[in-house]
Write a protein that binds this ligand. Structure first.
Ligand SMILES: C[S@@+](CC[C@H](N)C(=O)[O-])C[C@H]1O[C@@H](n2cnc3c(N)ncnc32)[C@H](O)[C@@H]1O
Length: 231
């Protein structure tokens, strides 16, 4: 299915890619702590987005690539017959992912890797999924090019991402102010990234998303939607 090497991918731009269990001790500690944090955070976050995710992911089938699946918060929404590949740079997430998949009896394949250099063949995926990931990648435009590369014609990119508040709002000023420290504390998360605009500019045939707010302080503004690859 999806086990081909990167056919037109270039070298990775990810900050923590392939550090694996042998990376620097401080990085490993941060990765381990973030994986633990995400496993706890998901319990609260999923209650806020469950209905939205059910609607968004309904109808997913075939070959599905999830980038940055973290501890596996989305696995519950997939049909058992999807062929699921996860590309997740933090190796400490993999244990949580596998445990969750086992509980759900969902066969999965997980690889260390980065959204900016997806280890998947051109035009091989029916869908690509990302939730709360484009805020964290080093080069979102490149990640979006990679998503388009691996999607089949008419394939769908489904996303839920937290995004920058509109310029001029107090929340945006707060996001701009806390960005440097937030980035360090939250594993490279760019709290003020204008991800909706980046997706619109990526060259998909169509993009549709809705904006919504969650009670999550600086990461309240969200978008959820889909983009369709050209035929
Ligand atoms: C906030 S967590 C979200 C995890 C999961 N998608 C969820 O919704 O619970 C961000 C995830 O993106 C991953 N990530 C960070 N940089 C990445 C990159 N360049 N490529 C792919 N995943 C990345 C992190 O390791 C982490 O698992």
């Amino acid at each position: 299915m999806v086990n081909n090497g990167p056919q037109s991918a270039k070298s990775s731009g990810s900050k923590n890619l392939l550090q694996g269990p042998h990376g620097p001790r401080s990085l490993r500690l941060r990765q381990r702590a973030f994986a633990f944090f995400m496993a706890q955070f998901n319990k609260r976050y999923e209650k806020l987005v469950a209905e939205r995710k059910q609607a968004l992911f309904a109808g997913l089938h075939g070959d599905v690539l999830e980038i940055g699946p973290g501890t596996g918060a989305n696995l519950i929404y997939y049909r058992r017959d999807v062929r699921w590949l996860g590309i997740e740079p933090n190796p400490f997430m993999h244990t949580y992912l596998r445990e969750q998949a086992q509980k759900l009896a969902l066969p999965i394949e997980v690889r260390i890797g980065s959204a900016e250099c997806l280890e998947a063949a051109d035009k091989s995926m029916d869908a690509v999924v990302s939730t709360l990931v484009l805020c964290s990648v080093d080069d979102p435009a490149r990640a979006l090019r990679e998503i388009r590369r691996v999607l089949k014609p008419n394939g769908r990119y489904l996303f839920i991402e937290h995004v920058a508040a509109p310029r001029g709002q107090w929340r945006r000023r707060l996001q701009d102010l806390i960005y440097p420290i937030w980035c360090v504390l939250a594993d490279g998360c760019h709290v003020n990234r204008e991800t909706g605009g980046l997706i619109e500019a990526a060259g998909f045939a169509a993009v549709a998303y809705t904006r919504f707010q969650l009670p999550l302080g600086p990461v309240a503004p969200h978008i959820a939607g889909h983009a369709i690859e050209k035929a």
